[in-house]
Design a protein around this ligand. Structure first.
Ligand code: FES
Length: 571
């Protein structure tokens, strides 16, 4: 039987002489001070996504050091390396545009280096899905470590944190209820420490779903970024990485469609980010598993929101951590889950639940009988305006707008929106429906988080807090309102959204999952003929690749050529 290569002997550079390639490799890495003993051990890669532009990863170097300690204590050689780092506020035009690039960077570096297992360290919204998409395609054992949520700040006596409160404070400022000095003071408190946004935004949602998938150490999702617990989890992750390297315990071999359905349940039960469904779909797609919006909606009908965190509820991630974190949630919805699914630790979800005692009283994770919201946080809408589906976060919508008919006030794109939304002459009332086109995957490009169309200033001053808003874009998981997102197909490729005109009536009924443009098919056909779709691809570079290969929201906005499994890649 052929001897399995480990560590430095794997994936030798092609010089046509493997012995020379190993000699050369060892000579170079000895320049770091490693001796031959260390270089004969299994190699655990640690992906370091520290960046001075990314405060969500501000603790990353200390987590790398703690992970290294865990790896060394377990008898392997830890070697860290960088990949792209993405932060929501430092990614032009939008972080989603770069997620697939980060996934490709992760995949190709994991395939290029001599790794027996890899620790992925990320946290900010797009980083964790990008890392897992890449790692699943790279097809070697890996474990995820997140940087953890930031602490909570205080503004005028209220607890605040990025970024539900950022949006609330900005809306108050736009309606003249806060001064310039107020917003300056608030900006000192909204991000009081390093770490990811402290509400149930995309980063928190992803962390909880990834722990549910079994891809991090139990308890790894919620521990605060600034805590000894987060450092201990990092060390534990290092030790676990060595174990999975020795056992070749590769997530691609044990993750199943049921694991992904468990993650969907958790997405719904926590009132998670709408972005969660896009990322989970893209991750599953890398394994050749198709997650459908119809299945998400089906699961949502009997999965109540039980976690009382902003934006659906009131608390912050540090409250959820004190309440027991993910295991408390899994325990409460255990009958809805496939508990025999494996995790990276080798235990099943059932074994983890059984050995974790949750006896203390708390109010963040509600019982099934006293939910925050009766059914799942997300609902899938269909109709002639969104033949392939659209998403609404119903748990964060206004109950009086859940069924609503109104006149469309249409914006053709981001520039048009920014030019006219605050125009005092804009013909708009609080009963109208704001429609924003051309912010889908191809349209913007990159599907920016602009779906939370601002309330026109003249209405905000009158006290209007929410209106029905519809777009083919996304919104931050930290945002709330009656916002219809991810309309597919998007306007830029000729979806019906493209043909909506000012004054058209639109009917929304979340209870019946309906999104209808009340315009006849004949009239829509006439409009289509008059408005042929002309899209121009960038001529070079990543923009060209993105434009030519990005898929729509229901397919996870991944590139078509990255989907599925290619066993030729198994090295
Ligand atoms: Fe990084 Fe919110 S901006 S998690």
């Amino acid at each position: 039987m052929e001897k399995k290569l480990i560590g430095m002997k794997k994936r030798l550079t092609n010089y046509g002489d493997d012995d020379f390639a190993l000699f050369l490799r060892k000579s170079f890495i000895k320049g770091f001070g490693h001796n031959d003993d260390a270089l004969d051990k299994p190699v655990i890669g640690i992906i370091n996504t520290y960046s001075d532009f990314n405060s969500c990863h501000g603790n990353l170097n200390s987590l790398v050091e703690a992970s290294k300690a865990g790896v060394l204590a377990a008898g392997a050689l830890p070697l860290s390396f960088p990949t792209i780092s993405l932060h929501e506020s430092f990614s032009f035009p939008t972080s989603m545009y770069l997620r697939n690039l980060m996934a490709m960077d992760t995949e190709e570096m994991m395939k290029a280096l001599p790794l027996d297992a890899c620790i992925l360290i990320g946290g900010c919204d797009k980083t964790v899905p990008a890392q897992i998409m890449g790692a699943l395609s790279a097809n070697i054992p890996f474990v995820q470590l997140v940087t953890g949520p930031m602490s909570v700040g205080s503004f005028k006596g209220d607890r605040v944190g990025a970024c539900t409160d950022c949006r609330r404070i900005w809306a108050d400022y736009r309606s003249n209820n806060l001064t310039n000095e107020d917003v300056l003071e608030a900006s000192n408190q909204l991000v009081p420490t390093v770490g990811t946004c402290g509400v149930m935004g995309t980063a928190s949602t992803m962390a909880l779903m990834v722990e549910t998938l079994g891809l991090m150490v139990p308890g790894g999702a919620c521990a605060p970024a600034v805590s000894a617990q987060r450092v201990r989890i990092s060390e534990e992750t290092g030790a676990l990485a060595v174990k999975i390297a020795n056992l070749n315990h590769n997530p691609r071999d044990w993750l199943t469609e049921r694991s992904f359905e468990n993650a969907l349940r958790v997405l719904l039960a926590v009132g998670g980010s709408t972005n969660g469904i896009i990322h989970l779909t893209a991750m599953a797609g890398r394994m050749g598993i198709d997650l459908s919006l119809d299945r998400l909606d089906e699961l949502g009908r009997n999965t109540p929101v039980i976690v009382d965190l902003k934006p659906s509820g009131e608390g912050y991630m540090e409250d959820l951590d004190k309440a027991g974190g993910l295991v408390r949630i899994l325990t409460e919805i255990a009958d809805l889950l496939y508990l025999d699914e494996l995790t990276v630790s080798g235990e099943t979800l059932n074994q983890i639940i059984k050995r974790t005692r949750m006896s203390w009283p708390q109010s963040v994770v509600r019982t099934r009988g006293t939910p925050v919201f009766d059914s799942g946080g997300l609902a899938v809408l269909k109709g002639n305006l969104a033949p392939d589906g659209a998403i609404i976060k119903q748990s964060a919508a206004s109950s009086e707008l859940i069924i609503h008919q109104g006149k469309a006030v249409v914006f053709d794109g981001l520039a048009d929106l920014s030019n006219r939304i605050d125009d005092e002459d804009l013909d708009v009332s609080s009963k109208d429906i704001l429609v924003l086109k051309n912010i889908g995957p191809k349209g913007a490009p990159g599907m920016p988080e602009a779906g939370l169309i601002p309330i026109p200033k003249k209405l905000a001053r009158m006290g209007v807090k929410d209106m029905v808003r519809i777009s083919d874009g996304r919104m931050s998981g930290t945002a709330s309102g009656t916002i219809v997102l991810h309309v597919a197909p998007e306007a830029a490729i000729g979806g019906p959204l493209n043909y909506v005109k000012n004054g058209d009536e639109i009917y929304l009924n979340v209870n019946t999952r309906t999104l209808k443009l009340l315009v006849s098919d004949e009239e829509l056909q006439v409009r289509k003929k008059k408005m042929p779709i002309i899209t121009t691809s960038p001529k070079r570079g990543y923009g060209k690749l993105f434009h030519e290969h990005v898929m729509q929201a229901p397919q996870g906005v991944d590139f078509d050529f990255l989907k599925g499994v290619d066993d030729e890649d198994k090295l």
